[in-house]
Design a protein around this ligand. Structure first.
Ligand SMILES: [Zn+2]
Length: 687
């Protein structure tokens, strides 16, 4: 029997609708992979569901003045339906508010306690006195210590994707009252991640570790994507720290212990366990054994996610699975980067997004068009961009002009000359076409198994291009007059090729593949590299158009719906309000000096950081500065800067930073050095 493959796609928060960034990041690649594996007759469990816990839900409910339950019921249903309408082929779309999930998560937590995998700790946490509530995660906001941008949350900065602790935030504020929170004592269960550093390092770098229970869960580290490995390595280099696995919140899976009222499981403990409970629910519905997909040594586990979830799936969840015991670890976590839209980041709050449920309404019957474009531009190796212009171009000049045109020409010619009746059994006499088909299968296999879906789709499109060239070369519209047998043989070669083209299209464009098979009067689905079969005398169905041109007017309508951040026309970006007063004494504690940058180099694995060596007169020191996106290293060397020299040293990406370079940020978000005139000596104090 084939190996069980558990394919998970990140559980979307049920606090808003899905947009194309979600699709390109996790769901479309996961769906292509799941469909591909099913075509190979693999035993697939394709798992997803709504994440209905966490502060993201309660905050939205508070904002809209309704209950969290109303929020999750609305968006769970909206998103479940949008996925279904878009043809994402989940085996189950579950939800974490389900009682089966609650029981599963609680049992998992108790097992961790039994294994002594968690530590109870008392700590001081931020508390909003006005609202009389502890401030977990998204209830607290401030400036990100890593990228210096405002609006980072207590658990994560969405600007740079860094995972944070509330204590790291600069100038923390409560999102409830807007006031500066106080510290209060509370107790929580912590995951001592630092105790797992060693085996994680071993596992990530070699694919296994010493006390590994299941040698079969070995992975090939070389098959992991470099963006994923890069983030993991950087976390491990910084040194893992204990992380609280419970929260003071009134929404979530209750901590199943006496005297734990008001405490719930941390959403990132509860959500990945959601993959397991969803598998259980699916197994119950279908009479399968869920354990086969999670606990049997030959089970393969693959997580599809966006880059903001890498740490949770590559470090925290594996620690939880191993601490619990009996589970396989992920074989791969092929995370994608982010998709931008029309030159800007997708913004759900500003409504600068293409919403899936709206696309499906505006473009009925055109889901393959969106799948095609999103797969073609998927942010597999770096951030990428969706524009409506590019969407139109790809549909019109690739789907219509290459793929649709080929299928249409062959079908129409065959119907015109031979009334759609084949004289021989399905076969191909052209060695050239046979080789092209074989090449497509080979390349597709290599690309898809390495999670390179863009290239995989290109291999299929290349077959369509070769088909068009072949047809033009054979010229059946000429030979039909001089040598009709030849024309018939050539067109039947092409029909055989179209069947294989349909086969290759199945994981990517399932509707299109089905239409091709229907025209050829073949079964609705063909297994991978199936022998294409029809008897002599087989009659084709009538021709249907696969794609139609997208008009400019449609694109203009779509662009008008977007709400990009104000840029060139009518820009009225405002200056930040003045901060609260401080005493002169507060200020005089800052030791700011004139300094000269002696050298500058990028910091490995951090796009935003430069490592600077600076002469501050009294010594020479290293400073890590978040300016790499604004300045090339060579442009910085030799500059006079102002440096806060008595800022507490801190480690950034494994480099000790001793001080902070002062910068001025203008209304466009550009940074400028705050610099004294040339000639002021290094070490001069700025007062
Ligand atoms: Zn940040």
């Amino acid at each position: 029997m084939s190996k069980p493959i558990t394919i998970t796609a990140a559980l979307p928060y049920a606090n808003g609708p899905l947009h194309i960034g979600h699709l390109a990041g996790a769901y479309l690649p996961a769906d292509i992979f799941a469909r591909y594996q099913r075509l190979h007759n693999q035993d697939v469990a394709f798992i997803c569901g709504s994440d209905e816990h966490g502060a993201a839900i309660t905050l939205r409910a508070r904002k809209e003045g309704i209950s969290p339950k109303e929020i999750i019921d609305t968006y769970h249903e909206l998103n479940r339906k949008a996925f279904e309408d878009f043809g994402i082929s989940f085996d189950i779309y579950h939800r974490t508010s389900d009682s089966l999930h609650q029981a599963t998560a609680q049992a998992f937590f108790l097992n961790l306690l039994e294994k002594e995998a968690l530590e109870l700790r008392e700590s001081e946490q931020f508390y909003d006195e006005q609202f009389q509530q502890f401030l977990a995660d998204r209830y607290i906001t401030g400036t990100c210590p890593k990228c210096q941008k405002a609006g980072a949350y207590g658990d994560q900065c969405e600007k740079c994707g860094s995972s944070l602790n509330p204590d790291e935030l600069i100038e923390p504020k409560s999102t409830l009252s807007g006031s500066t929170p106080v510290k209060r004592k509370t107790s929580h269960w912590y995951l001592p991640m630092q105790n797992h550093q060693h085996w994680l390092q071993q596992w990530l770098s070699s694919g296994r570790f010493d006390e590994m229970a299941f040698p079969i869960t070995e992975h090939q580290p070389s098959s992991w994507k470099s963006n994923v490995m890069g983030q993991c390595t950087s976390w491990l280099q910084d040194g893992l720290k204990p992380r609280a696995m419970t929260r003071d919140l009134d929404w979530g899976v209750p901590v199943p212990l006496p005297n734990s009222e008001g405490k719930v499981l941390y959403v990132w403990l509860d959500a990945p366990i959601g993959y397991i409970s969803a598998t259980k629910a699916w197994a119950e519905q279908t009479g399968k054994n869920w354990q086969r997909y999670w606990t049997e040594p030959d089970a393969r586990l693959i997580h599809f996610i966006g880059k903001d979830n890498i740490v949770f799936h590559c470090l925290i969840f594996p620690i939880l699975l191993k601490s619990h015991g009996g589970f396989v670890l992920p074989e791969n976590v092929p995370a994608n980067e982010f998709l931008n839209l029309e030159g800007q980041k997708i913004s759900t709050s500003r409504n600068h997004a293409v919403w899936l449920h709206e696309y499906l309404q505006d473009f009925p019957g055109k889901r393959d068009e969106l799948r095609y474009v999103l797969c073609s531009i998927a942010p597999e190796t770096g951030d990428s961009e969706f524009t409506w212009k590019d969407f139109q171009t790809r549909v019109n000049s690739e789907l219509v002009a290459v793929l649709g045109n080929l299928v249409n020409r062959v079908m129409v010619l065959h119907h015109t000359y031979f009334k759609g009746k084949c004289y021989r059994t399905a076969s191909c006499q052209s060695a050239e076409l046979q080789a092209s088909v074989e090449r497509m299968y080979d390349e597709l296999q290599q690309h898809v198994e390495a999670y390179r879906f863009r290239s995989g789709l290109q291999s299929v499109m290349e077959l369509a291009r070769e088909g068009n060239r072949h047809l033009t070369q054979r010229e059946p519209w000429k030979t039909i007059k001089t040598n009709p047998d030849q024309a018939q043989a050539d067109l039947e070669d092409m029909l055989w090729m179209l069947a294989h083209l349909g086969c290759g299209l199945q994981p990517f464009l399932p509707d299109t593949a089905r239409k091709v098979f229907q025209m050829l009067k073949l079964p609705a689905q063909l297994a991978w590299q199936d022998e294409i079969q029809w008897p002599a005398g087989h009659t084709l169905n009538s021709t249907q158009m696969l794609f139609e041109k997208i008009e400019d007017a449609d694109m203009e309508k779509q662009r008008a719906k977007l709400n990009p951040a104000p840029s060139d026309p009518a820009p009225t970006p405002s200056l930040a309000a003045a901060k609260d007063p401080i005493t002169f004494q507060d200020f005089s504690r800052c030791d700011i000096r004139v300094a000269t940058v002696l050298s500058a180099e990028p910091v490995e694995g951090a796009n935003r950081l430069l490592k600077l060596t600076v002469d501050i007169g009294i010594d020479t020191r290293t400073v890590v500065s978040g300016i790499a996106e604004h300045f090339a290293p060579e442009s910085v060397v030799g500059r006079k800067v102002c440096l806060l020299v008595n800022l507490e040293p801190r480690k950034l990406r494994g480099v000790d930073s001793q001080g902070m370079v002062l910068m001025a940020e203008d209304l466009e978000g550009r940074l400028h050095f705050v610099a004294p005139p040339e000639g002021v000596n290094n070490g001069a104090q700025v007062k």
